[in-house]
Design a protein around this ligand. Structure first.
Ligand code: KIV
Length: 261
């Protein structure tokens, strides 16, 4: 059963929220089967699937394509669509972009940073919005932890409060000191979803490729539950050897299939 934003909001303090990203139909299908309550189609797709160096290369058309694929794989799961770089620069531009992701299959949208006017315009227009503070990769100079100085921690804490006041129903907190995420989580009414933000958030999100061990770099705060890149290499090597040695396709299977026709 698909959880609406209100129900996700009510999970704060009741049940930790597991969130994973997905970009493709078969992965989304697996996440839905596992009962993951909320899937984020993040603009990380640009880095982990498309080979770009930053998320800034991702367009609204890319996101529509991936949101559509994930929706077809997970028809009964809440899907958050990420607004890519510059598609949320002003309230009206953001509204057009958000409507495109909703039309592609998203239930709610996420945007980075304290764009308070944009958030309240979307919320007033009836769109459920997820905020994102701490490290915000679309505008960050690098991917280091933020909020380490008192001043930066205060700025992020205030941002979190303002983003909530603008009407978001959930907040992603990325790569900040654990005690800062704990303070923010305690101060907000909406659930916080941490990534590299420690154990005190109301939920946790991982980029699916990091969780699968698919790629050649994984952030230190992520966990690899499998090693899919190793499996790809093994499959490709074995296939190649079997084709070269004429072991595949198997002669006997080929002949018996031909006989059946
Ligand atoms: O784009 C994304 O996948 C994200 C997560 C890292 C939270 O924003």
């Amino acid at each position: 059963m698909k959880l609406q934003s209100k129900v996700l909001g009510e999970m704060k303090g009741v049940k930790p929220i597991p969130m994973l990203t997905a970009y493709t139909c078969p992965v989304a299908r697996g996440l839905e089967q596992a009962g993951i309550p909320v899937i984020l189609v993040g603009d990380t797709v640009g880095m982990v699937e498309m080979g770009f160096d930053s998320t800034r290369e991702v367009t609204i058309e890319h996101m529509e394509y991936h949101v559509g694929a994930v929706r077809r794989g997970a028809p009964n799961t809440h899907i958050i669509g990420d607004l890519p770089y510059l598609t949320d620069s002003e309230p009206e531009i953001a509204l057009v972009s958000a409507k495109r992701l909703l039309a592609a299959g998203a239930d709610s949208i996420k945007l980075e940073g304290p764009k308070l006017e944009v958030i309240s315009h979307l919320v007033k227009s009836g769109i459920d919005v997820v905020g994102h503070t701490g490290l915000t990769p679309q505008t960050a100079k690098n991917f280091s932890k933020v909020g380490r100085t008192d001043a930066d921690a205060k700025r992020i804490q205030q941002e979190a409060v303002d983003i909530q006041s603008a009407g978001t129903f959930m907040l992603v907190i990325e790569h900040v000191p654990y005690d800062l995420a704990e303070k923010i989580t305690g101060a907000l009414k909406i659930p916080t979803i941490g990534i590299g933000a420690g154990p005190h958030c109301d939920g946790q999100v991982l980029v699916i490729n990091d969780a699968l061990g698919m790629g050649d770099y994984w952030p230190p705060f992520s966990k690899q539950y499998a090693h899919v890149s190793d499996s790809i290499l093994e499959v490709a090597n074995t296939f190649s050897q079997e084709v070269e040695s004429l072991e595949f396709p198997d002669n006997i299977i080929r002949l018996s299939n031909a006989g059946e026709k």
